[in-house]
Write a protein that binds this ligand. Sequence first.
Ligand code: FAD
Length: 389
Amino acid sequence: MKLITEEKEYLNSVREFCQKEIYPNISKWEKQGNVDDSLFQKAGTLGYLGLQHPEEYGGSNASFLLSILAQKEVAKVHGSSFFTLGASAGLFGYPIKYFGTESQKEKYLPPIIRGKKIGCLAVTEPEAGSDVMACKSKVYHKNGKLVLSGSKTFITNAPIADYAIVLAQYHSDANKGLTHFIVDLHQNGVTRGEPMKKMGLKASPTGELFFDEVELTEDCILGKVGAGFRQTMQAFNLERLSLSTWCVGVMEAAYEEAKQYAKIRKTFGKPIYRHPPVAELLAEMALLLMASKNWLVTTANLMDELLQQGKAIFAASSDCAALKLFCSRNAREVTNLAVQIFGGAGYLEESTVCRLYQDIRLAEIGGGTNEIQKQIIARGVIQDKFLDL
Ligand SMILES: Cc1cc2nc3c(=O)[nH]c(=O)nc-3n(C[C@H](O)[C@H](O)[C@H](O)COP(=O)(O)OP(=O)(O)OC[C@H]3O[C@@H](n4cnc5c(N)ncnc54)[C@H](O)[C@@H]3O)c2cc1C
């Protein structure tokens, strides 16, 4: 992996940050259902939230490779921190970066990158998950004003966010169709549901948003009217690289935990790793981790090459879908094997492998389910769209 000294030092500082600012708080945050707000500001100061944002707004314009390696460090320590920070800087931040006007970038990116404000991306609705086009939320004119009505569900950061990018149906004079709107969530007409109680990622708040004729201004349209579906797919494309990074971080953590435990836990008078079936489980874990990690790095390098060639990074959609499918399946199996190696101790809520196992289940659902990834992959096969083949 080609990293310059400065980048290696940065990764060390992210590791230290995780040990000092995240690790000691995990248990408290998991119980309270969210990370402390101050984590956003601290991650902002570290430069973590601005890694892939332009320098003029406070980011560092880092490569995909450096970004995934930094994100992997956070993922390895605490999935919820990874998720809640990522939803703000990535799910909210990247569409602003790629589709926003100059004034939208100036207004929203600096506070998100510094961790002073929190963002989210609100696409999913009760009747529109995989079927994004079934979105019913709508923006229309009422008494000469532009208003938003509808509801969103399963939104990461909904209970704590200041801003949302909301996907809604919109008919303007010039165009019509699904469109992205930037919405201030502290406005009249916005209400939030109670944070949802989930299987895992307990400190990453997830919830509903309700919009009752929320007044919008014309300059809150993000990108083009009618381009909301395409923009959403492009945002999900980057999200899939990010989710794959999370999977690899989780696999590394589960593998390390299981390896250490297999050395100290003794049965029948010897450490359990000396029982061939347990050694085989460790070998299986190493295999799945290595294959996933190598492919993740390959894909990040591919994205960096595309960027250098001035080509749209969105071109790698089949590659990112395949990577997410592969890494999420492997992460489920690796965490499952880690629980197995821990025996009864792995079934206890207080164990790290238990948290990793519960958290990672989302990877096969979020950012588009794995069934939907297979459709994208199949399209890539037929249309020869894989860049890495
Ligand atoms: C913790 C969490 C955080 C989330 N964060 C966000 C967020 O920040 N923003 C956001 O907008 N959304 C978010 N989501 C929503 C997530 O993206 C959706 O849950 C996901 O896209 C699946 O949609 P659904 O739940 O409606 O499932 P459905 O679409 O109802 O699917 C149900 C099942 O049917 C399968 N299926 C559906 N259609 C097809 C088909 N055509 N072919 C084959 N199989 C099919 C699916 O694969 C799945 O197995 C989050 C969800 C969770 C649980």
